[in-house]
Design a protein around this ligand. Structure first.
Ligand code: GLU
Length: 372
């Protein structure tokens, strides 16, 4: 299937790993499996591809260390288990990736971090920098500060949000099943595997059901939620079985999976998001040269800024208007209103001297900007 090949050839992949792949029923880490997966990641990196890992397993690992009984845990117990287990989890990743010659970066986020615009800009910039420097970001939810109930399966959604934030081409969900079936294959022998799901219809949702396995996964329903988030933002989603050694190689070698193709391009999805869903908190008036540059697809540099109006924070949406006051663009400001005023009209190399710290070169990066 050509579309699958294209999805798997994405330059940037997010790979989500569920607790049941990493941790066995005894609460023991599956070290050999993890070493092999690290080899898979290293192979992708050697091809010049970038990989971001979203990993569960903190609670499953911590539970054993704390000898918590095998009954459903209270929220505080899960948070305690996560606090203990996350250290082990990060160490395990660090060791396995190091053996494969890769540096590991631990990133703990809450779902809100991937939604709130200010944190989003920072998180994205950090991930971008880590990837450029060759490190593998290893992401989990910051369970100890999560205020809502921690549900298994939350990491499916988190992985989709991370994929959207990082503009990944493809999200690979490694699971304990090799794709979506017309019914739960464990109970229905007539269940049929679906290699391609073009649209997440109510029928597809009904097929996913609510089932969850005891060790970890949130079942198919949370995978479908993840697929909806990611595909709507321009990211392909591939669901496949992860339990065998080197599941990413297996996938590339033709292992069974379900592809949910992206429903738009990441660029278009992002521009739509900026244009339609964000209210502008301020206005930036620019000179004619800057208007021309923006229309050619450039970023907005401080040098072209004449006036800054309104109160906004870094990451807020602002309207950019020409010398005549006509709106020309909308974008996410890399500076808050006060700093934007201070660097207005200045050359990029002067920013550090004016502010006393080195910020972004652009007032609004072209990736964060849409022409109106
Ligand atoms: N963040 C949780 C953990 O690391 C798992 C959540 C999930 O499995 O979706 O234990």
């Amino acid at each position: 299937m050509e579309r699958l090949e294209r999805a798997l050839a994405a330059k940037r992949l997010v790979v989500k790993i569920g607790s049941s792949l990493l941790v066995d029923e005894e609460g023991e880490l599956r070290g050999i499996w993890l070493d092999a997966l690290a080899e898979d990641v290293a192979a992708l990196r050697r091809e010049g591809r970038q990989v971001i890992i979203v990993t569960s397993g903190a609670i499953a690992l911590g539970r054993r260390v704390l000898r918590l009984p095998r009954r459903p845990m209270r929220l505080e117990e899960k948070q305690a288990a996560a606090a203990v287990g996350q250290i082990r989890l990060a160490r395990a990743w660090e060791q396995s990736l190091a053996r494969a010659g890769l540096a590991t970066a631990q990133i703990l986020v809450t779902l809100e971090d991937t939604e709130a615009r200010r944190r989003y800009l920072n998180a994205r910039a950090t991930v971008e920098t880590l990837l450029r420097l060759g490190a593998v970001p290893v992401v989990n939810e910051n369970d100890t500060v999560a205020t809502g109930e921690i549900r298994f399966g939350d990491n499916d959604r988190l992985s989709a949000r991370v994929a959207v934030m990082a503009w990944a081409g493809t999200l690979v969900l490694l699971s304990d099943v090799d794709g979506l079936y017309t019914a739960d294959p464990r109970h229905h022998s007539e269940a049929r595997h679906l290699p391609l799901v073009e649209a997440i219809t109510p029928e597809i949702e009904a097929m996913a059901g609510e089932a969850a396995t005891p060790v970890g996964t949130g079942g198919m329903a949370s995978k479908i939620v993840a697929a909806r988030i990611a595909t709507g933002a321009g990211c392909h989603v591939v669901l496949t079985a992860g339990a065998g050694l080197r599941p990413l190689s297996a996938l590339r070698g033709g292992a069974r999976c379900t592809l949910f193709p992206a429903r738009t391009s990441p660029r278009r999805a992002r521009k739509q998001w900026i244009a339609a869903s964000l209210a502008a908190a301020g206005r930036i008036r620019v000179d004619a040269g800057a208007v021309a540059a923006l229309k050619r697809g450039s970023s907005l540099l401080p040098a072209g800024v004449r006036e800054v109006e309104g109160r906004f924070e870094r990451g807020d949406a602002v309207i950019v208007e020409g010398p005549d006051g006509v709106p020309v663009a909308k974008g996410l400001s890399a500076y808050d209103a006060e700093d934007a005023r201070r660097i207005a009209g200045r050359r990029t190399r002067e920013i550090a001297a004016v502010l006393g710290w080195r910020g972004r070169d652009e007032m609004i990066h072209r990736d964060d900007l849409v022409l109106l």
